[in-house]
Design a protein around this ligand. Structure first.
Ligand SMILES: Cc1cc2nc3c(=O)[nH]c(=O)nc-3n(C[C@H](O)[C@H](O)[C@H](O)COP(=O)(O)OP(=O)(O)OC[C@H]3O[C@@H](n4cnc5c(N)ncnc54)[C@H](O)[C@@H]3O)c2cc1C
Length: 381
């Protein structure tokens, strides 16, 4: 690189999602000069295509379901939702996909923002391709924190690009409810989006590969959610996979394992998450592009020698939740300022989901995880 603008900071954060913002906020507050690099919108997936819009879509559906169970209120709450009002509220909660407010917050917190795509360029170095095609080199005295998050995983189906399937992004930002939606998946995103779009009048078919919903959790949780989705009108099918899917005109034709066929207006794949590490220069520090970043409990990337590279939030695959990532941000700051490299967690300190007309709050680990960590003696209470 010649004539490249080079700037030095104590900490360089790649990715201004909720976790990167928190890392930057905490390191700045601890007196470390910090720059944050963002290629899309400051606020990340959570603000625009995940937590915020999904919860805005779900709230009316959940309140209506709750009200329907209150004696005397049921008939009054049974009417259809006002779709335009629900979607307008969702748009407001996603800040109309405009990050001015969050950019302003970065300024007030004293954090420098560098727009562009960040890539590691050797130890403690980040090269940013700016929106106008230029390059800026950022040098980190102490640490680089990779907070690039995750993206929707997609199946290996022929003709996927022409199919134009929905991922969590389209499912949380669609301007109108589709008439018929096929959802492939059985986890949180699949069940939340089934609930939300069903409540706005969409005919939803949910295809689960396994025998139950929410397979990571206690069986009763998935059963309860399945009961509620069926009551709301979702067509739930278990033990089924998509073998082919193709878009013809405005319609999607789907072939199922076992030979069944379905037709829909949209198909949503909610089959898991993949790390956003394919193009962040991991190869320049001896790591493999496209891999999740494995860390120790201080969130230092274990395969990168020298204690300078951190992976925080979804990208380390520890717990793909905003509040867990923010907890990690605090740990990272403490490690950066040399205040200790203690354990990140022994048990999940508390998670809570609002996933269907049956909400599933939880504290601590699910039984299967506890048994894996603590042995077969672990019990559910
Ligand atoms: C539908 C849905 C609903 C959810 N609901 C909840 C919920 O209710 N509660 C909850 O706790 N969690 C929820 N989650 C999970 C939550 O969204 C994630 O855990 C959270 O967004 C992770 O934050 P992050 O900062 O690690 O990554 P992200 O939010 O993905 O942010 C990463 C940022 O890095 C940027 N970036 C990536 N690569 C580069 C690069 N090379 N250079 C510069 N910038 C880059 C991206 O543009 C992005 O802004 C939900 C997820 C989904 C999909």
């Amino acid at each position: 690189m010649t004539n490249v603008d080079t700037r030095t900071y104590d900490v360089v954060v790649i990715g201004a999602g909720p976790v990167g913002e928190n890392v930057a906020d905490r390191t700045t507050a601890a007196g470390l000069s910090t720059v944050i690099v963002e290629s899309e919108l400051v606020g990340g997936e959570c603000s625009y295509w995940a937590c915020e819009p999904s919860k805005a879509l779900l709230r009316p559906a959940l309140l209506r379901a709750d009200a329907g169970r209150v004696p005397g209120l049921g008939p009054a709450a049974a009417g259809p939702l006002d779709t335009a009002a629900v979607l307008a509220h969702r748009d407001r909660m996603a800040a109309h996909w405009n990050d001015d407010g969050q950019v302003e917050w970065l300024k007030t917190a004293g954090i420098d923002l560098q727009r562009g795509h960040g890539r590691l360029d050797g130890p403690r170095r980040v090269a940013v391709t700016t929106p106008d095609g230029g390059t800026i080199r950022l040098l980190a005295r102490h640490a680089v924190a990779v907070c690039t998050g995750s993206t929707a995983a997609l199946p290996d189906l022929p003709g996927l690009a022409a199919l134009r399937p929905w991922t969590s992004r389209e499912a949380t930002s669609a301007p109108q409810p589709p008439g018929r939606l096929v959802i492939v998946g059985a986890g949180v995103v699949a069940t939340e989006m089934a609930t939300a779009w069903q409540s706005l009048g969409t005919e939803v078919t949910l295809l689960a590969h396994g025998a139950r919903l929410l397979p990571q959790m206690e069986p009763f949780a998935g059963e309860l959610v399945a009961d509620r989705l069926r009551e709301a009108g979702t067509d739930l099918r278990f033990g089924v996979t998509v073998t082919t899917a193709a878009r013809t005109g405005g319609e999607v034709g789907i072939t199922l394992s076992g030979g069944g066929r379905l037709t829909a207006d949209e198909i949503l794949f909610a089959i898991g998450r993949a790390p956003r590490t394919g193009d962040i220069g991991l190869e320049t520090v001896g790591l493999i592009p496209g891999d999740w970043l494995t860390t120790d409990d201080s969130l230092t990337v274990t395969a990168a020698p020298g204690d300078w590279l951190y992976a925080v939030g979804d990208v380390n695959r520890r717990a793909l939740l905003t509040h867990q990532g923010k907890l990690g941000a605090e740990k990272t700051m403490l490690s950066c300022v040399g205040a200790g490299r203690g354990r990140y967690w022994r048990i999940l300190p508390g998670t809570c989901g609002r996933w269907s007309p049956s909400e599933m709050p939880s504290v601590g680990n699910w039984l299967a995880i506890s048994r894996a960590v603590r042995g077969p003696g672990a019990v559910a209470v």
